[in-house]
Design a protein around this ligand. Structure first.
Ligand SMILES: [Zn+2]
Length: 1007
């Protein structure tokens, strides 16, 4: 049936193409084959066979031109691109690209780096022989456009370069491993671009260099192919879900373009920047049939050049228009994707003066041809989707490949036709980036030379360096004028002094020599500005469903000082460009007793584990010695080899000071705790960021699943700390404890077999993904804490631990209107004597994504009442003014005892009534201890979106709940996230290092 339809269509296409070879009335080059070039008949027939409906293809891809010397994808795949049942490994894709390189001078393959697991990443350049011969010369031309300082911002000179240069359009495939279609589409695209002699393709080849990274998440691709092969070998069974993609994270690999912590981001970013590409176009598959989502919806990122916003529309709408004319259903732009967060891979281009683009096409998560039924909202006709997808279709990987290739070819053609406009825009965006100080500002960001956390400061600067941002360092002290701060609305509770103070005035700030200056008169100022500035997402914004995080300010999340300077004088300060940035470290002074100040820098934990046998003590009080002030938690080390310590401290950027005498303060040992790191088989994404952080800090841990916990009956003798990071995806008690039902279906193994050689890597394995923690596992964790272990949980695992009754006197409430969507919020230090708080100041910014609302109670088994701000209703209805007492008529006034007061983060004091036969009153030594709380409502928002924040304001953010001999340490914030929250890492590390002394500094007031 399908073939019959196709044979008719082939005829039509051949006739149509022959006609199309003549010039069209509209002057445009017609898409479609060159009738003089022979077609690869066998390949073309298969294309038709695997395309499920004639409307799911276009004149650009419904044939394959023949070549006498260049192999088609069939040479490697054994069938055509998009054939059912065929999903190539990355190395097969690379093998094909290298066959192309061998066969034609129009293709060159470059190795662009390795993944975390050591697999290669490549970029394939396809263009005319001449363009590829002149690559270096062309790169030099593009480099001048990319950095207008080199031509003194001379527009006339830029025009000459624009006329001469060949632009670069960079396409990246399959960053999301279950989105499987791009590699075969890109193999065939490379062939077409190299071989097809039709005028339409020839124009692209002569006018543009197409750069292709066919597989971005290489580790995940190989796992996905394994899973698919397992599925083919067991066709009647359910198959395992892709529980690991890359070594650390899954879907979030497309949220790393701010921190650039993953190799794949770094490799693509370096390729993009080194090639001076104009476009970065990333391919995804989750929406029928082709959603060009870059145009998207509001709000747009506030740091992009408006020229880019226009380019999104221009290219996107041309794309939709061209495919609409082909009669392909379901091609659209707009939709509900907002373009606020710069975390997406494509956004590398957006904030490096290029054009970011992203397709969502329709994939089947493998290469099976399947019947697919859409939801009504997916096939509804909307104003931006006049030819919507069909409600129910048979859909193949070939269909998906047809859409991907057609979209890319029409885009490449339009881009080539308008290449001078886009090259000029590329220059203009770079020029406007360079002119930022004199246009919208700021002039620079300054990170002071006397930063108390130089190690964390270096981490922020390294992140900027990975973004190709230039960094300078002042050679002497300087001062700048800072604008007057707008006064905040004073809180009702505060006294009136604040209101009466003088109107704010500009201030002068002096920065010492050695301060880092990030000048905004550089081509990549936008990315630095976007990362260091603050974000504000209005609760009144018409966009009610932010697509991702709404705030990310790096200075706050790294707990270091960053000053936005608008005063242009800062650019005249004497400074040097720096490439090597390293926090100073080493041993100063003589003596066998040395101290390291604690400023909540993660490097201290690294040092602790590096000298794992050394005796290290923590000071429980601040002290002064050798003319230096040391904070609580400062390390005291004795009798270590000075040269070893000096070397390690130098590498880690830790300053060590010799003391003449031990300080007269109480100390306790800081031990290299034995860590069990627990993951579920439901999802390994959010915990992956925690693993990455520990690996970066060289802190060892045993990685195990909830299933393993269920089998280890004596956890406490093996481990001191169990880390149970967030699971994600709102996994509740049922999912974590019971897992996926095993009452039906088949086991879902995650292990290496001949069919699945790549699944495990260096991560974890199981015979069956389905079982969860189980009640045995729950019992083991509870016993672990009872016997002196520390269980650390965050966000959803905190809720889980409380639901399971692991701690008394603390409960969670459901928010009714609170909306904190991946925002930076303020927290306040409540208990500075707790080891968990060592090194922190009173104000700490943290990442929060609708964290659980904790409330405390001193009564066992009682839920703490969530309280909203100060008491508004001071007196009941009655006689008199608001300050007067009411009275009962006909009797003398009875004096009421004063109501006990407590703060929102505290437990309400035990009342006299509760104390009567008070067997449920928790003894003071066993009550939860609040270490950090959320800031007041007015100070809660640091960056992003906070709506209904009063529901969580002032509630506990980090709580230490004693239980048996051990502790449950609960986080409502997520302290370890996407490599962006270095400032809160030490809350976790402090908990680990002080696991057996968490009660230090505890104020146990009499009950
Ligand atoms: Zn995706």
């Amino acid at each position: 049936m399908i073939r019959l339809v196709w044979s008719k269509l082939v005829l039509l296409v051949v006739v149509g193409s022959a006609l199309a070879a003549h010039a069209r009335a509209d002057g445009e080059t017609p898409p479609g084959r060159d009738p003089k070039q022979p077609v690869d008949e066998g390949y073309t027939e298969k294309i038709h066979k695997y395309t499920t409906q004639p409307v799911f293809t276009s004149p650009l891809v419904d044939y394959l031109p023949a070549s006498t010397n260049v192999p088609t994808p069939q040479a490697v795949l054994g069938d055509v691109a998009g054939a059912p049942g065929i999903l190539p490994y990355a190395e097969d894709v690379y093998r094909y690209m290298r066959l192309l390189e061998k066969a034609t001078p129009r293709v060159k393959v470059y190795s662009i780096g390795k993944t975390e697991e050591g697999r290669e990443m490549i970029a394939v350049a396809v263009s005319s022989e001449e363009n590829l011969k002149n690559l270096e010369r062309n790169r030099a031309l593009l480099a001048k456009l990319a950095d207008p300082r080199t031509i003194k911002l001379d527009d006339a000179e830029a025009d000459k370069l624009v006329a001469e240069a060949v632009p670069i359009y960079y396409i990246t495939g399959t960053i999301h491993s279950p989105e499987t279609g791009a590699p075969t589409a890109l193999m065939e695209l490379a062939y077409r671009l190299a071989v097809d002699e039709s005028p339409y393709i020839k124009e692209i080849r002569d006018g543009t260099i197409t750069l292709i990274t066919p597989v971005v998440e290489v580790d995940g691709r190989d796992r996905m192919v394994d899973v698919y092969k397992w599925h083919l070998a067991h066709p009647k069974q359910f198959y395992p879900w892709l529980v690991y993609w890359g070594k650390y994270v899954a879907h979030d690999n497309n949220r790393d373009a701010m921190g650039v912590t993953l190799k794949l981001t770094e490799n693509v970013l370096n390729t993009y920047v080194n090639w001076k590409a104009q476009v970065l176009h990333d391919l995804h598959e989750s929406v029928p049939y082709l959603y060009d989502n870059t145009i998207g919806d509001e709000p747009y990122n506030a740091w992009i050049d408006p020229i880019l916003a226009d380019e999104w529309q221009i290219i996107g709408w041309n794309n939709v228009s061209a495919m609409t004319k082909f009669g392909m259903p379901g091609v659209f732009a707009h939709g509900d994707f907002d373009t606020w967060s710069p975390g997406y891979l494509m956004f590398i281009a957006a904030l490096h003066n290029g054009i970011s683009r992203l397709y969502e096409t329709f994939g089947n998560g493998g290469a099976d041809t399947e019947e697919r039924t859409l939801e009504p909202e997916q096939y509804a006709r909307t104003w931006y989707r006049q030819n919507p997808p069909l409600p129910k279709v048979l859909w193949s990987q070939r269909d998906n490949n047809n859409y991907e290739e057609t979209g890319l070819l029409t885009s490449l053609h339009f881009f080539t036709e308008n290449k001078q406009r886009f090259l000029k825009n590329f220059y203009l965006k770079a020029k406007r980036s360079t002119m930022k100080p004199s246009e919208e500002g700021p002039a620079a960001y300054v990170l002071p030379g006397d930063e108390p956390r130089p190690g964390l400061q270096a981490e922020v600067l390294h992140a900027l360096q990975r973004q190709a941002v230039e960094i300078s360092r002042a050679t002497s002290a300087f001062s700048v004028t800072l604008p007057a701060k707008k006064a905040k609305e004073p809180a009702k509770r505060k006294d009136k002094r604040e209101e009466k103070s003088d109107p704010p005035a500009p201030t002068t700030r002096v920065f010492p020599a050695g301060s880092y200056i990030i000048r905004m008169d550089q081509p990549y100022s936008r990315i630095a500005d976007a990362l260091l500035d603050h974000q504000y997402w209005s609760p009144d914004d018409p966009q009610k469903t932010p697509y991702d995080d709404t705030g990310w300010t790096f200075g706050d999340l790294f707990d270091v000082q960053v000053t936005r300077v608008t005063d242009p004088k800062v650019l005249e300060v004497a400074m040097d460009r720096v490439t090597e940035i390293h926090a100073p470290g080493g041993v100063k002074g003589e003596g066998t007793l040395v101290a390291i100040n604690n400023n909540a820098e993660p490097a201290l934990a690294t040092l602790r584990y590096k000298f794992k046998d050394a005796a290290i003590e923590a000071a429980e009080e601040p002290f002064e010695s050798a003319g230096k002030k040391f904070n609580r938690g400062s390390f005291l080390l004795r009798n270590l080899s000075r040269s070893d310590l000096d070397r390690a401290a130098g590498e880690l950027g830790v300053q060590v000071t010799a003391l003449s005498a031990p300080p007269a303060v109480k100390t306790h040992p800081v031990r290299a705790a034995r860590i069990a790191f627990v993951h579920t088989w439901l999802s390994t994404q959010t915990e992956g960021w925690w693993r990455m952080a520990l690996d970066k800090l060289a802190i060892p841990y045993d990685y195990m699943s909830t299933q393993a916990i269920a089998k280890i009956s004596d956890l406490r003798s093996k481990y001191d700390v169990v880390l149970f990071p967030p699971v994600g995806y709102s996994a509740g008690v049922n999912a974590v404890v019971n897992g996926i039902p095993t009452a039906w279906g088949n086991p879902l193994p995650w292990k290496n077999t001949p069919e699945t050689p790549n699944l495990v890597g260096k991560n974890d394995s199981t015979d069956d993904l389905r079982p969860g923690l189980g009640w045995q596992g729950v019992a083991h964790l509870q016993e672990f804490v009872e016997r002196g272990g520390v269980l650390l949980t965050a966000t959803d695992t905190s809720s889980l631990a409380l639901s399971l009754g692991f701690a008394d006197g603390i409960s969670t409430q459901n928010a009714s209107k609170m909306k904190i969507v991946g925002s930076v919020v303020g927290t306040r230090l409540v208990d500075e004597a707790s080891p968990i708080a060592y090194g922190y100041d009173e104000k700490v910014a943290a990442y929060c994504d609708n964290g659980p609302i904790f409330s405390l109670s001193n009564i066992a088994g009682q839920r703490g009442r969530r309280r909203l701000g100060p008491q508004m209703h001071a007196r009941p209805t009655g006689r008199g003014t608001v300050d007067d007492p009411d009275f009962a008529v006909g009797r003398p006034e009875a004096a009421a005892p004063e109501q006990p007061k407590s703060e929102i983060w505290e437990s309400p004091p035990v009342s006299a009534e509760q104390r009567r036969n008070g067997f449920r009153v928790i003894p003071t030594s066993l009550r939860p201890r609040v270490i950090f709380r959320y800031a007041d409502t007015k100070d809660l928002l640091v960056s992003g979106l906070v709506e209904g924040g009063d529901e969580i304001a002032e509630h506990p953010a980090v709580v230490d709940a004693p239980s048996g001999k051990g502790h449950l340490v609960l986080f409502s914030i997520n302290p370890v996230y996407r490599g962006e929250t270095w400032g809160t890492y030490a809350m976790v590390l402090n908990t680990i290092l002080n696991f057996d002394n968490l009660n230090a500094g505890r104020k146990d007031a009499a009950p």
